[in-house]
Design a protein around this ligand. Structure first.
Ligand code: FES
Ligand code: FES
Length: 164
């Protein structure tokens, strides 16, 4: 069955038709061209597809699009304010926490959820919050340093223009 769905995505209202079996990541990437959300395992294991649904970090490969009817979805494209990175994104850049980048959007979303609920996490709390997000490149240390730096800088507030 196909349903007509409406939801907020990155603060903008969206309406579209989606079959019941389609997942949120399929709609985001294939229908709405929001390809910042990465599709890796499709089994709920890697965390690369993490997005916020009503402020809660979820794996969009396991979430049916129909379950998001009337909800607010935030993807990595929604973290920056125009061309201004969030404090967390800027901290990732400065810490060298991005290598291949495949895990990065999921890491950013999971860390955003953490910092919104706990603005001053300890390193242990950061590591616990990111335990479900896998990275094959960085060894995790730069990512953890970036989240801690962002918490000190006030995560979520635009701090720098892209490319500046
Ligand atoms: S693609 Fe969703 S958890 Fe890996
Ligand atoms: S930067 Fe490559 S998987 Fe994390």
């Amino acid at each position: 069955m196909t349903r007509h769905l409406s939801m907020s995505i990155n603060g903008e209202p969206h309406e579209f038709d989606a079959a019941d079996h389609r997942t949120l990541i399929e709609v985001l990437r294939d229908d709405l061209a929001l390809t910042g959300t990465k599709d890796a395992c499709r089994q709920g294991v890697c965390g690369s597809c993490t997005v916020l649904v009503d402020g809660v970090a979820v794996r969009s490969c396991l979430m049916l699009a129909a379950r998001c009817q009337g909800k607010s979805v935030t993807t990595v494209e929604g973290l920056a304010a125009g061309d201004r990175l969030s404090a967390l994104q800027q901290a990732f850049v400065e810490a060298g926490a991005v290598q291949c980048g495949y895990c990065t959007s999921g890491m950013l979303i999971a860390a955003t959820a953490l910092l919104e609920s706990n603005p001053s996490p300890t390193e242990v709390e950061v590591r616990a919050a990111l335990v479900g997000n896998l990275c094959r490149c960085t060894g995790y240390a730069p990512i953890v340093r970036a989240v801690l730096a962002a918490s000190r800088a006030g995560a979520g507030h635009p701090v720098a223009a892209v490319g500046s």
